[in-house]
Structures are given as structure tokens and as C-alpha cells.
Design a binder for this molecule. Sequence first.
Ligand code: ATP
Ligand code: MG
Length: 564
Amino acid sequence: MRLSQFHLHTTKETPADAELVSHRLMLRAGMIRKLASGLYTWSPLGLRVLRKVEAVVREEMNRAGAIEMLLPTIQPRELWEESGRWEKFGALLLKIKDAKEQDFCYSPTAEEAVTDFVRQEISSYKQLPLNLYQIQTKFRDEIRPRYGVMRAREFLMKDAYSFHLSDEDLAREYENMKAAYVRIFTRLGLDFRAVQADSGAIGGDASMEFQVLADSGEDALAFSTGSDYAANIEAAVAADPAPRPAAAEALRRVETPTQKTCEEVAELLQIPLQRTVKSFAVMGEDGFVLALVRGDHSVNEIKLAKLPGLADYRMASESEIREHLGSEPGFLGPVAPPRPIRVVADREVAAMADFVVGANAAGFHIAGVNWDRDLPEADVVADIRNVAEGDRARDGGQIRLARGIEVGHVFQLGRKYAQALGATVLDENGKAAVMTMGCYGIGISRIVAAAIEQNHDDAGIVWPVPMAPWTAAVCVINPKRDAAVDQAAGELLERLQAAGVDAVLDDRGLRPGAMFADMELIGIPYRIVVSERGLAAGTYEFRARGAGEAENLDKAALLERLGA
Ligand code: ATP
Ligand code: MG
């Protein structure tokens, strides 16, 4: 490839509205251009990178025994109604009408479509297991599309779906896919972790996310120093609290005229924040519930929603709060409410003594509160908080927090979709059995952005070799003035390509400074300069992206360095 015959369009200006470095660099390198909110064009340069990621994913999926296919992106309403997701998927699902006024959606994921294929194609357990995958555009009408292709509305996903007769066989394939994912992200040169994810009702190890570690990541992750325990904060669990100490203080009402938050109250009373308790008023299936977490903790909404009757909970309104607690927000608490209420206490709160809560009266809190003595034991005691940095982990280590970008997700779905769509096979005894399923996603386009978050410097992108648009750039100084130099560079390009090095020739005739800046910005791992002076000395100037000094190498040494 000669760059004079390619389309490269880099810019120096930093786009004003791009917050993340990956978004800025993808725009400056000319990899993507915005068409509309969350919709991006991949330029010829960007597409080269996207295709490289795709190729690694495809190779490892094939190696793991999965079979590629392609499902339509536009799918009929009737199919999505069979699974109940036409309504349930919510606002993320883009619904469209065709010319005959029939309803369709743009596929945000493809459990329904693949299960429909399998229920028609597969009839015997002897045809199982089967793992089908596609690399296909998805659309999700994200409320806040942002960070360029990191959270786009239209994006490229690899989605795989496996079908099994038994749960054991699903568990085996799940491990197989996890191993394939480790190979994929390792090959792509990413610093990643597999973390336990929230898996809804299935629980346990049935769902894991693959997270690229980056401070800019949207996901909070928890690790233990005591083992390889790692989990998304949505699912992370700390050690059980120490047993509750005996009550030592008397109950007393304290004046807190303007102090509404736990921080303000702790400061006024000169006590540690850990002695205060926050009250959250929510409405569940059976009405009003007061949820309690320690003053320095935060409620984990996913854990809370797993408790009976709270699946679809919402925050209580001010009038609902007044009705049940007779107070304005800011001074709420579980002690002697005017009417009986249901109380859900975090495990840590249930293990506290002598704590401080709101008095259900504006301007007052109650201190020295003790369970059983001053209020009944909570109706429900459960883990409803987010773990925090420094918490004791279950393995005895300490919890550390980090941030990550979710690039992959493996999930044991079970029989949910196969049941809903009636996907059965005849088992060994000739009886119809509902298949069990796994699903395995990878955000191909998101990986491109995530890799840049991890690999960049002041000059631009620093691609890991497997993802680079080209592995090596042969830069020609003055190609138009000096035909011999141009010819030597052309020969070197052919020699490299013949040896399997994905090389490009920069023959655009730019001044060296501008040419080198472009190659650094677009992140080419190796730069080779062919100049009149070098040719006279029989050498090429070689520099690895990110290395300090360039070296002058003869052809043999150069080829060896490039593995050619
Ligand atoms: P997120 O929590 O980031 O919204 P998700 O958990 O909803 O993602 P999955 O349904 O697990 O996503 O989809 C599989 C993969 O697709 C994700 O791991 C992610 O890499 C990618 N992905 C999901 N949504 C987007 C998006 N809006 N833009 C780009 N990639 C996405
Ligand atoms: Mg996910």
C-alpha cells in the first residue's frame, strides 16, 4: 500500500467536545467521523484497525470450535414478543415500521434470532453441542451515547450463542469460551481482567465480564489483595462484619438544625462517619421500605433490587415520605416511626451499636441508637452496599478499587430463551427436552477505543502490533526529487510484504517532520526512513514507536528486527 493512493486525513486540532483521549485521538488520526449522535463512519484507516481486531476474534472463536454465521439486523416484532423483550428491552430497543406498517426492531443482541434458527435446524441431542457466532452491527438507542465508539448507538459486536442438552455441558463450554476470551485479549496486547459480574437470578460464577483496565473506564471494579478475587462493583462482596458490640450509650435526641447529611451530622457531633446511618426511603411492591446503610457507605441498587418485593423499586416521593415518617427528607430514621414500616438493613448496619440516625423531625437526630433496645431488629438484613477501598475481603485480604472498560461478557443463560421460544431436541430417550444456552459477547468497535485508552503518549496512539493499521511504515524522504530513493523504498516495501510484514509506504512527499508526526499520531509500531544519505551509507533508519533513539541498520539487520 502506498499512502499517496490511500485516504489519510489527520488533524492537529484537538476536538473540543471529545472528553476521552481515545475519542480525541481517533478523530485526530481520522479513524472515525461522526455522522450523527452515536453514529460513526469508519474511515479507511479506522476500518483497517477494526478489521484487525475482528480477525483475532474470528480466529480464536474458530479455534475454540464456534461456527460463524450471520443473522439479520432487522428483526420482526413477533419474534421479540415470544421472548417478552419487545416491551421489556425498554428504550434501548430501536423500533421501526416497514412500508406495510409492520413492526420491526434493529437487533441490540440476537438471542431470539439465533434461537429461532436453532429451533428450526436442530432436532436431536446428537447435533449438540453447538456454538454459533456472528460479527454483526448492533443498535442500542443509548440514553447518553458518548466517548465516540466507546458507547455508540450503532456498534460492531461479536455475539456467540451455545446450545446444550445438559447444564454440565453448558458449564464446560462456558469455561471454553472464557479461555478463548483470555487468548483474544492477550493476543490483542490489552491489560485486562476477568471479573465476576452480576448475573441476575442465576448467581455464582455464571457471568463474567472482561474489563480493560483504564482510569477513564465507566465500570468500577473491586479486587482483593488476598487472592485473585475480582468483581464488578455491582456484584462485589466484602467479608461479613464483626459481631455487634454491646450497647454502651443511652438513647438521646440531638439538635442538628441544618445538618442533613451524615457528614454534617458526624462533624457537628464530633463522631466518626462510620457511627452514622443513612436512610433511603423507597417504594417496593408492598409499599414503603426504609433501607439503611452506614454513613460512609453507598447503596448498591442492583443488590437492593434483588431483595423480595424490591425488583422494580423506586425512590419514595416527598409526600410518600411525609405520609410514612411524618418528616421531611434529611432527618429520616427507623426509630419509632409514626406508623409501622418495613426496614431493610445492610449487614454492616445490623452489626452496629450506639449509632446515629435521623429523628423523623426537622432539625433533630437520635444518637446512641441500639437494635432490639430502641427499635426492633430489621425486617431484612442483607448485603445492600457497594464495597469500598480498604474493606476486608472474604479471603482475608483487602479490597482495592480500579476502573475498567467492559469489552467482553460471558453468560450462562440457561433455558430462559429456549423455553420461551420452544427450542427443544429429542434426548437419548426420544423425549423432547428444552435446550440450555450460553451467550458470549465482545465489543469489537469498543476494543479499538479501549486499546487507545491504554496505549498512547503525547504524540498519539501507540498501537499494540496486532491492532495497528500497519505494522511498519516505510517513509521516503523526497520521493519526487529522487527516483532512486523512491525505487529503493518501493523494493523494501515489497520485500517486507513478501515476508508477511504488514507495511505501508509513505510516499506522499511530506516534509520529514510532518510525515513522522502523522506516523506517530496514527500509532504505527515501526518507522523505517529511506533517504539519499542512508542509501549512500547502505543503511535504513529504524525506530520503534515509543523508543527514544532511531538506529541506522543495514538491510539484513532491519529485516531481522522486523522478523522478516
Ligand atoms: P454496557 O454495560 O457497557 O452498556 P452491556 O453490558 O449492556 O454494556 P452486553 O450486552 O454485555 O453489553 O454486550 C456485549 C459487549 O458489547 C459489551 O461487553 C461491550 O463491549 C459491547 N457494547 C455494549 N454496548 C455498547 C455500546 N453502546 N457501544 C459500543 N460497544 C458496546
Ligand atoms: Mg455486559
